[in-house]
Design a protein around this ligand. Structure first.
Ligand SMILES: Cc1ncc(COP(=O)(O)O)c(C=O)c1O
Length: 409
């Protein structure tokens, strides 16, 4: 029997990136496609001990239903930490979410109606675009450069397009790895405040700075209650925990909590309690230092390997943190057209076109550096450099692959 799916389900497109990841999971492939943290740095023993303590000392509460807003002790810990980063917030303005992806979805539920115009930087985090689209958002594109969103384009845009929400990843952006400058942060807040626009600051990577000066978050700079900040322990501890958090104006947080009641009642009490215990005794700062050093080294290895192996005319970003480099191919070569050759050479990347909300650009790829050892990064960039160099050779011109993702190994 064919059941009728809702219009929303019928129009939802599967993520191309998730489809690509299925192809790139083969163990022989050096994959720079996923957005995965380094699993060897997960604090497994400390996490196991924290869970064991929870079972021994508060097992009944940990396995019982709990409040939608999240564990008060964990929220209080977050408030203290955010205060140390210059954010004025309190427990009532803090909501625990099941990863920051749920924060994005809840933000969309409470801020977006069908037809609401959301200004997004181009390119943007794909799964946020998908979530917003699901609630009927219309996207207004704002260009970006090496300093993040080109905020100077916003003033004219917000008046012309009646923008109601601005979504961006200001730190070590996914997919570009770039960071919004302090001057642009201040200007962005001025524009949003003047026009009464909500800013969704998606910041899961902010703690992963391995170069340069810390910048205040938009939430820390917000004097008028226009910023909703989403973050997560996925990149700082482990994504399998599925614990994120949202901070912002109380009425928005309250509305998000009501919306959350209808999707998952609450984030796992067991995970929240184990995380809270872990944070009491575990050297979280020391752990962040190791992550920053490791990712900084991997990023540097990727940048120097790209310089060694990529042909002239190839450009890439130079991130100060996070997990991604964004590469532009020479001669307007389409990244999709290289995918089959790359897989044949046992190296994988994500073609960049899916990250554009409106007009697609095809000559970009996203490369992840956090989930590969330096020697594999060097080898992987050598393979990728070969693929790109071959594509720039005259004999390649005109060749096409019927379906770049139909490759099987
Ligand atoms: C910009 C951005 N926001 C949100 C998320 C979702 O992260 P989480 O695991 O906290 O749901 C990701 C994950 O890659 C991301 O890159």
């Amino acid at each position: 029997m064919n059941l009728t799916l809702s219009h929303r389900a019928q129009s939802a497109k599967p993520s191309l990136v998730r489809e690509i990841l299925k192809v790139t999971e083969h163990p022989e492939i050096l994959s720079f496609a996923g957005g995965l943290p380094a699993p060897e740095l997960f604090p497994i023993e400390a996490m196991a001990a924290a869970h064991a303590e929870v079972f021994a000392q508060e097992g009944k509460a940990a396995l019982q239903y709990s409040t939608t807003e999240g564990l008060p002790g964990l929220r209080a810990w977050l408030v203290d930490r955010l205060r140390s980063h210059g954010v004025t917030t309190d427990v009532e303005s803090t909501l625990i979410t099941s990863g920051s992806q749920q924060g994005i979805d809840l933000a969309a539920r409470v801020l977006i109606d069908p037809g609401t115009v959301v200004a997004v930087e181009e390119p943007s985090y794909l799964a946020a675009l998908q979530a917003f689209e699901g609630y009927g958002a219309r996207f207004a594109s704002v260009a970006s450069d090496d300093d993040g969103m080109c905020v100077d384009q916003l003033e004219a845009l917000v008046e012309r397009e009646k923008v109601r929400v601005i979504y961006l990843v200001p730190c070590f952006q996914n997919p570009k790895g770039t960071t919004l400058t302090l001057e642009r942060r201040i200007r962005l807040l001025e524009i949003a405040t003047k026009h009464g626009i909500a800013i969704i600051e998606d910041d899961p990577y902010g703690e992963l700075r391995f170069r340069g000066e810390h910048l205040p978050s938009l939430l820390a700079l917000d004097g008028h209650g226009v910023v909703l900040r989403l973050s997560s322990f996925s990149k700082t501890l482990a994504p399998g925990l599925r614990i994120g958090f949202a901070n912002g104006p109380r009425e928005v947080i309250r509305a998000m909590a009501v919306a959350k009641q209808s999707c998952d009642l609450h984030t796992s009490s067991l995970s929240q309690r184990a995380l809270h215990r872990l944070l009491q005794t575990f050297d979280f700062e020391g752990h962040l230092t190791v992550l920053r050093q490791t990712y900084g080294h991997r990023c540097t290895t990727m940048l120097t390997s790209l310089a060694r192996h990529m042909p002239a005319g190839t450009h890439w970003t130079r991130p100060d943190g996070g997990m991604f480099v964004w590469l532009q191919l020479p001669n307007e070569i389409r990244a999709e057209d290289l995918f089959a050759d790359a897989i044949a050479d046992k190296v994988a990347f994500v073609p960049g076109s899916s990250f554009f909300a409106n007009e697609k650009h095809y000559d970009f790829m996203r490369l992840n550096f956090s989930n590969c050892q330096p020697a594999s990064i060097e080898e992987g960039m050598a393979r990728l450099g070969r693929v790109v160099t071959n594509a720039t050779a005259p004999a390649w011109q005109g060749q096409t692959h019927a379906s770049p993702f139909s490759v099987r190994l």
